[in-house]
Write a protein of this length. Structure first.
Length: 462
């Protein structure tokens, strides 16, 4: 048997390092060595002497290294409907935008995915996810377009293959022509999992089963979706407890609140994560903790749609896995996850726990290790530890925006959005000096503008 090739190494030195490991280990000046696609060593001071096959050395003086950010909830297609219905709550916002969203097609979705991914990746996201649930008839291979965009960008990616089967005629919110049949949605989801899901340790693409939300899906789709996910061995995702209107809807239609409804259909568990979870009582939080159901916290979107303040400190205290999400860019127009570190901290301090709600390191953990937990990948990503995948970010903190803040983690959480000098995914650099290396940013800007205008014209003429 031929010996395996010696790993190629990248050595990074002289950086402050926040590992976000179980002890929150940090180094004021340390090193990190990448060997192929894994972290080989991380520690204080310079890298070990005598390393072979070193293809690059980086002097990271003036930088903080953290794990790459992990996004746990998004709707990429909304990139081409940003800035609309800006003064609406969730239900009215959905009613206003569903008729437009229902007319998306493959070129639109591909361009929107590129725009969404580009904005996140250049801001430190190394693992992205997209909850795509709008599949108009004859619109093309939307799942393939999204996965292809993530592959081209070079980010690690989870597609939450969404679905809707409850339209206006059944008491739901989407137009009748925007939904699938229950059987069709389940079959298409299974096909997507079998075609695209990679269960390996260093997988770049994974797929989750993700019916949209209680007010756009039938109980059968939710129950059968949970059974499908467990039969295929993949994770499940949906929206839950986002607004008081949803709470009222569930009580009127199902005779119980959202959490009890989800549990009755099998849609709670350590293989499930839920977006938003704003309106959770003590019993709901206890159910999530007992079942290890994860939460994607989306502070900016929750504020944009006036949904409320999620009880994140109480969830964390109970042992609920919590990560951060951008959410769709029609309700968080910036489309960036690194700003959510700051927003999560600030917005949660407006709640009952006030200044004790979250601190800088808890916010960083939400955006890294917490997100990895929620996506079921905490053994592989989310912290800087030997043997884990080399997904990491170098934040520049010696510039005007951060140099007078002594603590590096405080600088990137409390301060302005820090510039990304370098971002690595699977050991490969995808960002340098705040610019993407894998795609043409100007071309993406042109394409997304053109597709947004085309969608607007189609919607206006319908």
């Amino acid at each position: 048997m031929a010996p395996s090739a010696a790993p190629q190494r990248i050595v990074i030195e002289n950086a402050a390092i926040a590992t976000v490991d179980s002890q929150d280990t940090e180094y004021a000046s340390g090193h990190l060595v990448i060997a192929d696609n894994r972290i080989e060593t991380v520690g204080a001071g310079p890298a070990p002497e005598g390393l072979t096959n070193v293809v690059r050395r980086i002097d990271a003086t003036g930088h903080l290294i953290t794990p790459g950010l992990v996004n746990t909830h998004h709707h990429f297609y909304q990139w081409i409907t940003r800035g609309l219905a800006t003064d609406h709550n969730l239900f009215n916002w959905l009613v206003a935008l569903y008729p437009t969203w229902a007319r998306i097609d493959e070129p639109m979705v591909r361009a929107a995915a590129q725009g969404s991914l580009a904005m996140m990746a250049r801001g430190g996201v190394t693992t992205a996810m997209d909850h795509h649930y709008v599949y108009p008839q004859g619109s093309g291979d939307l799942s393939g377009a999204i996965i292809g965009a993530a592959r081209d960008m070079g980010v690690r990616f989870t597609l939450a293959r969404g679905s809707m089967d409850r339209s206006e005629k059944d008491g739901g919110l989407p137009p009748d022509f925007a939904v699938e049949t229950t059987e069709g949605a389940l079959a298409a989801t299974e096909e997507t999992v079998k075609k695209h899901h990679d269960a390996s340790f260093d997988a770049m693409t994974q797929v989750a089963v993700a019916p949209c939300s209680p007010f756009s899906i039938s109980t059968e789709l939710l129950r059968e979706g949970a059974a499908l996910g467990r039969r295929l061995g993949v994770r499940m995702h949906t929206h839950g407890s986002e607004t008081v209107e949803e709470e009222k809807f569930c009580h009127e239609l199902f005779g119980m609140g959202p959490t009890d409804y989800f549990e009755s259909t099998g849609f709670l568990g350590e293989d499930v994560w839920m977006a938003h979870c704003v309106h959770m009582n003590d019993s709901d939080i206890a159910a999530f903790a007992r079942t290890k159901t994860g939460v994607a916290h989306c502070p900016s979107s929750n504020a944009r749609l006036a949904a409320g303040i999620a009880r994140v400190p109480d969830m964390l205290a109970a042992g609920v896995p919590v990560g951060l999400g951008v959410d769709g860019t029609a309700s968080n127009e910036s489309g960036e996850l690194h700003t959510e570190l700051r927003n999560a901290l600030l917005i949660n301090r407006l709640g009952a726990h006030k200044e004790a709600a979250l601190n800088a390191r808890q916010a960083l953990r939400l955006g890294t290790y917490g997100g990895a937990q929620v996506l079921g990948r905490a053994d592989q990503i989310g912290s800087l530890e030997a043997g884990k995948l080399a997904d990491l970010v170098l934040w520049k903190i010696d510039g005007i925006g951060h140099s007078s803040i002594a603590d590096p983690v405080t600088a990137i959480v409390f301060g302005a959005a820090a510039p990304v000098t370098a971002s690595f995914v699977n050991g490969k650099q995808i960002v340098e000096a705040n610019r993407l290396l894998t795609v043409d940013e100007e071309a993406i800007a042109r394409d997304t503008r053109a597709e947004a205008q085309r969608l607007a014209r189609i919607a206006a003429s319908a």
